[in-house]
Write a new protein. Structure first.
Length: 365
């Protein structure tokens, strides 16, 4: 298995549209890296550039220390699992998994050993004689993964492999992929998804992309707890972080911020010199907004405009005077709160987030 290094990588189409901008990323051997972001952010394009299916306009790509920027896909030592299963419908599971090795004229005994090893790993041994049409969607995706495993690639590439599965199958197959990675600790895997739940549960590190740029790279909990900008703060987490404009009133070890001229908050997040009196953004995650007890000072106060009861949790949408969007508070279980009620909310200072007028976090400045 191998490391992957991208240096100043760009992708420009013939009409001078730049879709990937100066991508610099170092992926270590054995890492499970997830590219995540909204539709059109460039995550699949970046994966295809690593595989060789998309040409790199400028910059360099190294796999296992070798420059493979201009090397054909078949010689890069990568194997790709696509969103569509792309199985040969007339071939059995065994033949689908063995085909690439047979084309490479690998010894028959070695082919058989490799196929059966992968089938056992993916719990496909009982289905080796079946055609794809006799398999479920999850089983077909496992065959596609097995076809990649038998090639013993340096790097595994997954392009939204769970998108065609229903919710229950998606959870089950996600667990199988996690178990697969655990059984192959030295394998390097790069996985593309638009689903942040997949990213948070599978990744060693997440690469969050937006409009062809890398917004932040880090562990799932790093992106959740310390987002570097407003985009990351609102993309990671469900429901999204509440973010609202504010004014920064002072600097020093404690920063006073004013939101919509209706309430003022003191936070231990120190703002850089020169930002006093400037606009910025204040953020708090829905799960960090607790119901204020009687006599306790409230951080926010407003009227409940909508209630979503989800069983395991209740989402309360609260209209705050002077704040454009409703603020969401996530409470565990069910609560006896209804539309039209006045709600007082509080949060510990350590859970507050502050961003400057360029939407960059003060924690990362």
């Amino acid at each position: 298995m191998a490391n992957v290094k991208l240096t100043n990588v760009k992708k420009v189409y013939s009409n001078n549209v730049e879709v990937m901008r100066d991508i610099n990323l170092d992926i270590k051997q054995g890492e499970f890296i997830v590219f995540v972001g909204p539709s059109g952010c460039g995550k699949s394009t970046l994966l295809r550039m690593i595989s060789g299916l998309e040409e790199i306009s400028s910059g360099t790509l190294e796999i296992d220390g070798q420059n493979v920027t201009d090397v054909p896909p078949s010689l890069r030592g990568v194997a790709m699992v696509f969103q569509s299963y792309a199985l040969y419908p007339h071939m059995t599971v065994y033949d689908n998994m063995a085909f690439s090795l047979q084309i490479a004229k690998v010894n028959k005994k070695e082919v058989d050993a490799q196929v059966r090893r992968a089938a056992e790993m993916l719990q496909l041994t009982p289905f080796l004689d079946r055609l794809p049409k006799a398999l479920s969607g999850g089983q077909r995706q496992r065959v596609a993964i097995g076809r990649a495993i038998v090639r013993r690639p340096k790097v595994f590439l997954f392009d939204e492999p769970l998108s065609n599965l229903d919710a229950a199958l998606r959870v089950a197959t996600r667990m199988e992929i996690a178990n697969l990675k655990e059984s192959m600790p030295d394998s390097t895997m790069i996985y593309v998804t638009h689903d942040q739940v997949e990213a948070m549960t599978l990744a060693d590190r997440i690469v969050l992309l937006s409009a062809g740029n890398i917004e932040q790279v880090g562990s799932p909990l790093e992106l959740y707890a310390n987002p570097e900008n407003v985009f990351v703060a609102k993309f990671i987490g469900s429901p999204a972080m509440n973010v609202m404009p504010c004014m920064i009133e002072s600097t020093g070890s404690n920063t006073q911020i004013k939101v919509a001229n209706t309430f003022s908050i003191s936070t231990p997040i120190a703002s850089p010199e020169g930002d006093a009196g400037k606009p910025g953004f204040f953020g708090i995650r829905p799960e960090d907004l607790a119901l204020a007890k009687e006599g306790e000072a409230a951080l926010l106060e407003g009227e409940v405009s909508f209630v979503e009861s989800l069983g395991e949790a209740t989402l309360l949408y609260v209209t705050i005077p002077g704040v454009e969007d409703a603020v969401i508070s996530k409470q565990q279980g069910t609560v006896d709160i209804h539309k039209g009620d006045t709600l007082r909310l509080t949060a510990v200072p350590e859970k507050l987030h502050l961003f400057n007028q360029d939407e960059q976090s003060y924690r990362c400045l």
